[in-house]
Design a protein around this ligand. Structure first.
Ligand code: NAD
Ligand code: UD1
Length: 338
């Protein structure tokens, strides 16, 4: 029996494929490479010494997805495929609703046609919105997302909760990621953003490698210890292992279960930048800039539910995240493009 990994060539997907294969699991990958490079999957094979079926297809293509289910024995799905850039989603809402919602609906239809009832979904801490005080727990009321990307995550959570009401045998694990950074310690796979990065860590590594002149720290007048925003950064390898636990959990569970994947620690922008400079023994020039619209002062998780239900805890700290992000960037200054 295999787990279908949609979006398996992407940042979190490729790391999850490595952890699944190293744990002896069978996987099947589908990706249309709209935001990734198939080279990532070649390197997954290189790192693990294992092979797996790989399909170039859009998850919205029902005929293609049906063929994948017909050609493989799939009993569970990890659904990473989707568009994820907050700013772009404001400019291109139709593309975001189309890709993220339709891919999920087509996937659920094909799963139903093949009697597959276990789904692990990539949700996001963004569903908590602005009204809750951290540490954020899964029982807190969900907020109103401020952008189309966030809305797709909330809407898909709703769809999956409704599905689990209608089908009592269905298991949906809604993994709410906090801020994934870092890379595989080998430096062979990592995050490969298109264009100028919006997120903090890829911006820092591109300044460090000389592709960008300096970092702008967005705001130092928040009500936090050093005035910069607090986030719950999580090493992508820890995050990937959380998916393995979630797939196992879904085998003996029904219903929709939201679970945070974070460390439970809030680090500031300056904590991250200074740790990066220290562990990598280099300077990262930065300036203090105005606040960025939509940023919350502090977002970090309560990770207790993941420990209780999945038996999962993070192993890596901020130093390893900074070390491995840099190791990936310096060995692959142009990402997967040679
Ligand atoms: P990513 O862009 O690196 O990976 C997504 C993958 O899905 C890419 O390989 C892309 O080519 C593929 N894809 C997109 N639409 C597709 C489609 N219709 N059919 C087939 N393949 C398709 O992103 P990531 O950082 O690995 O994120 C994975 C998931 O986790 C996404 O759903 C994202 O929204 C979610 N998430 C990410 C973060 C983060 O900070 N990276 C935080 C919270 C949630
Ligand atoms: C953002 C998204 C979130 C998404 C996540 C991962 C918003 C409001 N939230 O989270 O929905 O799930 O990315 O894709 O966009 N920072 C700087 N300088 C920079 C970049 C960032 O100071 O050049 C600061 C930000 O102000 C923030 C922190 O670094 O305080 C982290 O930012 P980022 O990596 O973009 O993640 P989030 O905003 O937490």
């Amino acid at each position: 029996m295999a787990t279908l990994v949609t979006g398996g060539s992407g940042f979190i997907g490729s790391h999850t494929c490595v952890e699944m294969l190293n744990a002896g699991r069978e996987i099947v990958v589908v990706d249309n490479y709209c935001n990734s490079n198939p080279e990532a999957l070649r390197r997954v094979r290189e790192l693990t010494g294992k092979d797996f079926p790989q399909y170039e297809a859009d998850v919205r293509d029902k005929a293609a997805l049906s063929r994948i289910f017909e050609e493989n024995d799939i009993d569970s799905v990890i659904h990473f495929a989707g568009l994820k850039a907050v700013g772009e989603s404001v400019q291109m809402p139709i593309e975001y609703f189309d890709n993220n919602l339709i891919s999920t609906l087509v996937l659920l239809e094909v799963m139903r046609e093949h009697g597959c009832k276990r789904l692990v979904f990539s949700s996001s801490a963004t569903v908590y919105g602005a009204g809750n005080q951290p540490p954020l727990t899964e029982e807190m009321p969900l907020g109103t997302p401020t952008n189309p990307y966030g809305r797709t995550k909330s809407m898909i959570e709703d769809i999956l909760r409704d599905l689990c009401v209608a089908d009592k045998e269905f298991s949906a694990v809604l993994l709410r990621y906090f801020n994934p950074i870092g890379a595989h310690p080998s430096g062979r796979i990592g995050e490969n953003p298109n264009g100028i990065p919006n997120n903090l860590m890829p911006y820092v590594t591109q300044v460090a490698v000389g592709r960008l002149p300096k970092l702008s720290v967005f705001g130092d007048d928040y009500d936090t210890p050093d005035g910069t925003c607090l986030r719950d950064y999580i090493h992508v390898v820890d995050l990937a292992r959380g998916h393995l636990c979630a797939v196992d959990y879904s085998a003996n569970h029904t219903g929709a279960e939201a679970i945070n994947l974070g460390t439970g620690e809030g680090y500031s922008v300056l904590d991250l930048v200074k740790t990066f400079m220290k562990v990598n023994e280099m300077d990262v020039p930065y300036v203090i800039a105005p606040r960025r619209d939509g940023d919350l002062p502090a977002v970090y998780s309560c990770p207790d539910k993941a420990k209780r239900l999945l038996g999962w805890e993070t192993e890596y700290g901020l130093e390893e995240m900074c070390r491995d992000s840099w190791n990936w960037q310096k060995n692959n200054p142009n990402g997967f493009n040679a």
